[in-house]
Design a protein around this ligand. Structure first.
Ligand code: RAM
Length: 375
């Protein structure tokens, strides 16, 4: 793959661990808590300084332009970090960032935010989509008005946007989560998934990837997925759904929550009740630090995520490149993402993507450090 990550910072960000081998068939950082610990020390400063370093080079490219981000919903710390990284990159490029947080994680709530951005005449709209297809008409309207459209975190149908800024390969996230369930369950027994909304493009794609990986290898034959429950990225609903799973499946061994909102809610339920059911999934260190540990006192042995500030940065620089014409979204296009270096558009099953890196493992050895850095 490309030489995506720039020599300079290669060693410096958490994305290091993430970017190595990115975009493809490589394995996640599933084994390396030592690697993880080693990279983390240097990672935060890089994330913090990236926009400063990028500013001189990119300073004029976004001047006079307005770049919008529509998150999945308000009150989600993951989305707030994404917004922070996005704003940093846009401002380092001389542009103005507008961030809209819909009241709920629904397509309707996003449609009304996108409509108002069309009226404002922004230059680009970046969406973390709550639905793969339901935004199509409003995105077409935006596109007809000359606004560049791209997605981050959660995609729409490929014909509705120029490019998708993906945090990590969907297949690799699915494989990584399945392997975590397999490992934590001891290779056999029941597990359940606590997802976000039933329409969320990203969670649905990760769950499909988990199922496909399970089908593809007989080693998973004794691992049984009993249910996919939906907490809608609402803390209370996620709590209720966790409790329901515990009641319904007395033999449950593991819950996998591929959502930061769901995993935090489930972690509390399991730990407070002293349940023997264990948890893994995708979580923010700052929200999970008290629940992570290998012993009985902790509900989550380990989990994964990526550097949210880096994801926001990449999405911001991608927005700027799209608006100023450095990027069309075609496969093979390359462009500069500030101090993160050169990225390239790749084809994944017929849809264009830019991939940040690999999922990154958080366990007892590094979660506190990352929580302290505000991640
Ligand atoms: C939640 C959201 C987001 C997802 C993360 C892992 O914050 O559902 O879309 O990527 O979890």
């Amino acid at each position: 793959m490309k030489k995506k990550v720039l020599g300079l910072l290669l060693a410096a960000t958490m994305s290091i661990g993430m970017l190595a081998g990115c975009g493809g068939s490589g394995s996640a950082d599933t084994s390396a808590s030592t690697d993880t610990a080693a990279t983390t020390e240097e990672a935060a400063p890089a994330a913090d300084t990236s926009s400063e370093e990028a500013a001189p080079a990119a300073a004029a490219s976004g001047e006079g332009k307005t770049y919008a981000l529509v998150t999945k919903s308000a009150g989600n710390a993951f989305m707030e970090l994404l917004g922070q990284g996005f704003k940093e990159a846009v401002e380092a490029s001389g542009g103005t960032a507008i961030i809209k947080d819909p009241a709920s994680a629904t397509a309707d709530a996003q449609i009304s935010e996108i409509s108002s951005l069309i009226s404002q005449g922004v230059d680009s709209i970046l969406v973390a989509a709550n639905d793969e297809n339901a935004l199509q008409a409003v995105l077409q309207e935006a596109s007809d008005a000359g606004i560049k459209i791209l997605t981050v975190d959660s995609d729409v149908a490929a014909n509705s946007r120029a490019v998708f800024v993906n945090q990590a390969s969907t297949e690799l996230i699915g494989q990584t989560l399945l392997d975590a369930c397999y490992d934590i369950a001891g290779g056999e027994g029941q597990y359940a998934i606590l997802s976000a909304t039933s329409q969320a493009t990203n969670q649905n794609a990760w769950i499909e990837a988990m199922k496909a990986a399970a089908e593809a290898d007989s080693k998973y034959a004794n691992l049984e997925l009993v249910e996919v429950a939906y907490g809608d990225d609402e803390p209370q609903k996620s709590t209720d759904q966790t409790q329901a799973l515990l009641e319904k499946y007395p033999d449950l061994k593991v819950i996998c929550a591929p959502t930061t909102v769901g995993i935090a809610a489930a972690a509390k339920v399991l730990q407070d009740s002293g349940s023997s059911v264990k948890l893994t999934g995708l979580g923010l260190p700052s929200e999970m630090v008290e629940y992570i540990g290998e012993d009985d006192a902790h509900s989550c042995p380990y989990m994964y995520l990526w550097n949210m500030i880096d994801l926001g940065n990449l999405a911001g620089y991608t927005s700027v490149a799209l608006v100023n014409g450095d990027l069309t979204g075609a496969v093979g296009d390359t462009y500069e993402a500030g101090s993160m270096g050169t990225f390239e558009v790749v084809d994944v099953n017929g849809a264009t993507q830019v991939i940040l890196g690999n999922p990154f493992k958080f366990d007892a050895s590094n979660v506190q450090e990352w929580a302290d850095k505000g991640m």
